[in-house]
Design a binder for this molecule. Structure first.
Ligand SMILES: Cc1ncc(COP(=O)(O)O)c(C=O)c1O
Length: 293
């Protein structure tokens, strides 16, 4: 791990803790066939933007990972084990660190083992900001409707089949994201991003208490900026002055064109000066460790 990242994280934890960590050499190892994450999706994951060795929004990612493990009954890896995952990063430029925690092996069918031993895996990939998408994207409304499951809502658990099916709905490279609605026709999020829109001086986002992933960037932004949670359908977007998608790796993508699932244009938003978006863009840039002029 680059020493800058080490120092940053140990300062964050307020401790020097190199004991009790998973052996770094296993971080990239294959999962055995009886792993409960592989068999049942029992586990959680995080994809974390790492800038010059420093993970961004680390505390928000750790909070969601911890919440997810606790909800699933998977033991939470120690802080030291999680920090040691930064070993897989090169430490220069932009990378995406993917952490996976599974319920480990054992148990009988769905029944968990009496003493589950979780598995922690980590992988880093180089990343480049999509500057074109940051200027504006085309999104479409997905046909698939997401199910409601309050017990799993908000978590970044390993069962992402709805997202996979939704993402299979289009192949046109000009379409960057797909919006997901629930079975009631209410907005939830995008296939891999959260959703925000602006109207009459206020930012809105869908409730994520029945479905969807509570994004770490959305959580961090909500702490700095009033964002009202609502249960509304697609008509809310058609009346919006600005629609944006966001996640902790890509940042903010303004939606400039919204298509229905047949490819018909539902609405267009002009790129241009938007003071409300400028403010949010600056806050997000700060939250993701970008240089802000
Ligand atoms: C379905 C979904 N919603 C929301 C998000 C945003 O989460 P975060 O801001 O933590 O990246 C993601 C991130 O990948 C996601 O996959």
């Amino acid at each position: 791990m680059p020493s800058s990242a080490c120092h940053y994280l140990y300062a964050l934890m307020g401790v020097i803790a190199m004991t009790d960590m998973n052996c770094p050499t296993t971080l990239g190892a294959d999962l055995p066939l009886d792993d409960r994450g592989l068999a049942y999706g029992e586990g959680v994951f995080e994809t974390i933007l790492v800038r010059d060795g420093v993970p961004q929004l680390w505390s928000q990612h750790m909070a969601r990972l911890t919440r997810g493990c606790m909800r699933l009954g998977v033991a939470v890896p120690s802080d030291a084990a999680l920090i040691a995952c930064l070993e897989v990063c090169g430490g220069r430029g932009l990378e995406v660190l993917k952490l996976i925690v599974t319920g480990g092996s054992g148990g009988r069918g769905y029944k968990m083992p009496d003493q589950p031993v979780p598995r922690l895996r980590a992988r880093a990939m180089p990343f480049a900001v999509d500057h074109q998408a940051r200027r504006g994207i085309t999104a479409r409304v997905c046909e698939l409707r997401v199910a409601e499951q309050p017990a799993l809502a908000g978590l970044k658990h390993l069962n992402r089949l709805e997202n996979v099916l939704a993402r299979r709905e289009w192949t046109d490279a000009a379409i960057s994201e797909g919006l997901l609605l629930n079975v009631r026709g209410e907005l939830v999020e995008a296939t891999s991003m959260n959703l925000l829109w602006y109207r009459d001086g206020r930012w809105y986002t869908p409730w994520l208490d029945r479905a969807g992933v509570e994004g770490t960037l959305l959580t961090a932004l909500s702490a700095e900026q009033p964002i009202e949670k609502v249960r509304l359908g697609i008509e809310a977007l058609l009346a919006a002055e600005q629609v944006v998608l966001l996640n902790s790796v890509q940042g903010i993508w303004p939606v400039t064109r919204l298509l229905d699932s047949e490819g018909e244009c539902l609405n267009e938003w002009k790129q241009g000066k938007s003071p409300a978006l400028d403010i949010v863009n600056k806050r997000v840039a700060c939250l993701l460790g970008e240089r802000v002029d």
